[in-house]
Write a protein that binds this ligand. Sequence first.
Ligand SMILES: [Zn+2]
Length: 237
Amino acid sequence: MQETGPKRALIVTAHPDDSEFSCAGTVAQWSREGWEFHYLICTDGSKGTEDMSIPREELVATRRREQREAASVLGGKEVFFLNYEDGTLTYTPDLLKNIVTHIRRIQPDAVFTHWPDQILRGPRGDNGGFVNHPDHRCAGTVTIDAVYPVARNRPSFPELLDEGLDQFKVKELYLFGASDPNFEVDITEVEELKFQALASHRSQFPEGPERLRGFTERSRDENGHLFEKFLRIEFRF
Ligand SMILES: [Zn+2]
């Protein structure tokens, strides 16, 4: 990263905990280097349990608390919640406007979000492929559209101009979960912080956080280095 590079980032995810799996190490590493990370969580996380005895409002409050704790472990700044219902995130003008509003207000140099392109991800067959969650696909698609072209386009949601939210051009987009990443961040120095941030989501790991170690190990290379990988797009105009 260059000294003159971007310094503010917005992470847009579908659920509390998505960013910890995907880019917590990058948040920790780059925060040390002067970056400021803001978070925007699209859904309320209310489907994140199989225990029907937990009241919905209690789970939503717990997940918000856990996300804020995770961000603070990593050195992240503000966390915002859009509060759409978990599991049914849908591409609507309302969702697009909300994300554009946050981009224009925060004015991030870089936006991180889900790679939305495929329903089925990874190797096919019985060796590790899985389904890209519909909320992830939706959040990724709408966020990409918000970055380009809507946030930079004045006639889109012109009422935002009256609120002082003028067009804004994001310089870089980082998509996590991509099948063809072209950019990697060495997070070896901060891997324990990533683990702690993941473990902050206690409601999601009732059996304890230790199995998360196995998840992070999957991206360790033969030299012992741990990476987070992205498909990076730079907007040059
Ligand atoms: Zn998720």
